[in-house]
Design a protein around this ligand. Structure first.
Ligand code: ARG
Length: 246
């Protein structure tokens, strides 16, 4: 009897450690790979990951009769986690790009993002042209990284694990600008004194959920759930909670 109990306990431990470990629909968990340093889409509130993506994912999971498990990882690991089936979906304010589409499928678009430029107040950088030859900070492996590397040259790009690290470097005068998505940018500018967002859009992008190419069924289910929560106003409600109207 004791032996059985021990086996059961070990099994339970293994199962609980196996978050993102090949969870499938049968397992009734929906594992979401994200990078939780991207307010208002995903960020920590105490020990809990909250934000637009976290809440939308929660509603999707509910609609699919599954339990949501969120796995926080480097942004650059998300696509591989989805592609290899380690996680069921990637949701991280993630932009649909041609290159990513070679590795994963994307759901229907649920939000739009804009790459913007943050500088210090009083900076001599007022337009995109002024960025030439300046040190630009980005979160590594994001579209901000990819586009600005293309546009301004690798030697001018400083890559940081988190967007907030790039913003910190900017406040410390280590770099001249940060290129990042507009809503996180607004958050960072509010929580750090002396920063401004330039009145210029670097790129407009679509956010969608990444799903393995081997999991067409899940993609269909996610799109059906997204359509419902868009039509019934749930999506707008969640967005309004995190992005107060100006
Ligand atoms: N939209 C950008 C991209 O897809 C940045 C996303 C960063 N997301 C995050 N959760 N850190 O590359």
């Amino acid at each position: 009897m004791k032996k059985i109990l021990a086996i059961v306990l070990v099994l339970m431990m293994v199962l609980s450690l196996a978050a993102c470990g090949g969870a499938s629909k049968e397992a009734k968990t929906l594992t979401m790979a994200t990078n939780a340093y991207f307010p208002p889409y995903e960020y920590y509130e105490n020990d809990k990951i909250v934000g637009i993506d976290a809440e939308v994912a929660e509603v999707i999971a509910e609609k699919l009769g599954m339990e949501l498990v969120i796995e926080d990882m480097d942004f650059g690991s998300i696509i591989a986690a989805v592609q290899t089936g380690k996680c069921d979906m990637g949701m991280a304010g993630m932009t649909v790009t041609e290159e990513r589409l070679e590795s994963v499928n994307f759901s229907d678009v649920y939000a739009v993002g804009v790459q913007v430029v943050i500088v210090k107040e009083g900076s001599d950088i007022a337009s995109l042209d002024d960025l030439a030859g300046k040190k630009i900070g980005v979160q590594e492996n994001t579209t901000g990284d990819i586009y600005s590397t293309d546009g301004f040259g690798d030697e001018f790009i400083e890559r940081y694990p988190k967007g907030s690290d790039a913003v910190l470097a900017l406040t410390q005068g280590k770099i001249d600008a940060v290129i990042i998505d507009n809503e996180p940018a607004k958050n960072f500018v509010t929580s750090n004194e002396g920063l401004v967002i330039l009145d210029t859009e670097y790129a407009v992008e679509d956010y969608a959920i990444a799903v393995s190419k081997d999991n067409e069924d899940l993609l269909k289910d996610i799109n059906a759930a997204l359509a419902e929560l868009t039509a019934d106003g749930t999506l707008d409600k969640i967005v309004a909670k995190y992005i107060p109207a100006e």
